[in-house]
Design a protein around this ligand. Structure first.
Ligand code: G3P
Length: 224
């Protein structure tokens, strides 16, 4: 089954969707954490008991140089959770991914804006690739096509790497990357809510209630 992540540091919203969906875990980035006003340790400490032992957390390094990224990745990977270390797929990031992959540390190459960039990250040893679907569109590209191309290349080359698309602004983008057969996806909580909301649904449920009460007032289905 697809690994379904929430791209969020909002504990209340994560709890909300954990109660109704099979959440694999949570992805974060430095902006998400900064905007939520919570650090990695504080967040994971709250989420781990809530989501359970099988939960996986994707945590991004903030260091800039290769030795610092390597050292930070070691520290992140050493946290007492199922952790994937996120590293931006820059030249230095690729070098870090190549080195850390040899050590067996689970890695996600992030900030992917082109198919070519993502493919190189997979070659370097990333376990996950995070193409930024909406941000690619904002730059005049086609985020969905990047995801499809990456998925195809990974399969063709039989690379042990999973596309985990990120950055969505509408449900159509989500549907179109799911149709590529991606092994994972991360969504902002607002978009998850949008995906199961439709103006016709409450009207349909209300009609069922009205019809039922007219015919079987006060009774439940099994009592009718
Ligand atoms: O981690 C990357 C992803 O969260 C970016 O999303 O909405 O800032 O483009 P967004």
């Amino acid at each position: 089954m697809i690994e379904f992540y929430l791209d969020s540091a909002d504990v209340a919203q994560i709890e909300r969707f954990h109660s109704c969906l099979p959440i694999k875990g949570v992805t974060t980035n430095p902006s998400i954490l900064a905007n939520a006003g919570i650090g990695v340790n504080g967040l994971l400490k709250q989420l781990s008991p809530m989501l359970g032992e099988q939960a996986r957390f994707h945590v991004q390094v903030v260091s800039q140089t290769l030795p610092e990224i390597i050292a930070e990745a070691h520290q992140i990977a050493g946290l007492p959770y199922d952790i994937v270390v996120k590293i931006p797929a820059t030249e230095i990031g690729l070098a870090a991914i190549k080195q850390l992959h040899r050590e067996g540390i689970p890695l996600l190459a992030t900030a992917i804006y082109t198919t070519q960039q993502g493919f190189l990250a997979a070659l370097a040893g990333a376990d996950y690739l995070a193409p930024y679907v909406n941000r690619i569109d904002v730059f005049g590209g086609d985020g969905v096509t990047v995801v499809h191309e990456l998925q195809q290349l990974l399969q063709q080359q039989q690379l042990p790497c999973c596309v985990l698309p990120a950055s969505f602004k509408n449900p159509r983008q989500v549907l179109e990357v799911l149709q590529a057969g991606v092994g994972a996806i991360t969504l902002p909580v607002e978009l998850v809510a949008q995906m199961f909301s439709h103006p016709a649904v409450p009207l349909a449920v209300e009609q069922f209630t009205t019809d039922w009460q007219r015919a079987f007032a006060g009774r439940l289905a099994f009592e009718s």
